[in-house]
Write a protein that binds this ligand. Structure first.
Ligand code: PGA
Length: 250
């Protein structure tokens, strides 16, 4: 049976952009998007949500955020909650990106709570998992991604079928070193099996690959059975490159 999943390509701008650059990038993207293509989202820095919301209005481009607080409101200086994101039309939110885990000490439990906060407000969390180079070399890839995923499954119960997963090997992020399609597919299959054991609706869950995805390697990665799209960092900042990846996902 064919999987009922339309591919999703999500751009992760990270801490990049500016009013003028965003405007140029989004206008070029919108002009180049095919009507019958895959789903496309851009996860932008919070200050630009209003600008990007306006530029995406009436287009098929969806808006995403890069992080969300696990709390609903209150004395949490600097944080942004899911209800605020929702007011700006945010449909997706990255959760547990390895840069958040690494530089902001986000634990598996916190990541699971953030996913829950997003879901509670009708925002699809893109839950990022992935092993470091040391973990891969120690043969711990499967154990690490399963542990990261298990926390999210545990906290989110039957809502788990509403998430998107992104497998991003940390050693491949921003390094130009991509996992081979076979390496990525192997981990995606592990995650798929874990999700299948957790919910009867697992066929709905898209599992994206991220880590140096670019115009040259996108189609071989996206051709794998369990790779349902991409989470694209660097290459999402250049309209021509991002459009080529989007075209490869059709
Ligand atoms: P990259 O980043 O495509 O620049 O490797 C991917 C990500 O961090 O989401």
């Amino acid at each position: 049976m064919a999987a009922p999943r339309r591919k999703l390509i999500a751009g992760n701008w990270k801490m990049n952009g500016g009013l003028a650059a965003n405007d140029a990038l989004l206008r070029a993207l919108v002009a180049g998007l095919a009507h019958d293509g895959c789903k496309v989202a851009v996860c932008v820095p919070a200050p630009y949500l209003a600008q990007v919301q306006a530029l995406c209005a009436g287009t098929s481009l969806e808006l995403g955020a890069q992080d969300v607080s696990q709390h609903d409101a209150g004395a949490f200086t600097g944080e942004v909650c899911a209800a605020m994101l929702k007011e700006f039309g945010v449909g997706y939110c990255l959760v547990g990106h390895s840069e958040r885990r690494q530089y902001h000490g986000e634990t598996d439990t916190l990541v699971a709570e953030k996913a829950k906060a997003a879901l509670a407000h009708g925002i699809t969390p893109i839950v990022c998992v992935g092993e470091t180079l040391a973990e891969r070399e120690a043969g711990r890839t499967e154990a690490v991604v399963k542990r990261q995923m298990a926390a999210v499954i545990h906290t989110n119960g039957h809502c788990i079928s509403e998430i998107v997963v992104a497998y991003e090997p940390v050693w491949a992020i921003g390094t130009g070193k991509t996992a081979t399609p076979e390496q990525a597919q192997q981990v995606h299959a592990i995650l798929r099996a874990q999700l299948k054991a957790a919910t009867e609706h697992s066929a709905r869950i898209s599992i994206l690959y991220g880590g140096s995805m670019n115009a040259a390697n996108a189609s071989s990665l996206l051709g794998q059975a369990d790779i349902d799209g991409g989470l694209v960092g660097g290459a999402s900042l250049k309209a021509a490159d991002f459009l080529q990846i989007i075209a490869a996902a059709r």
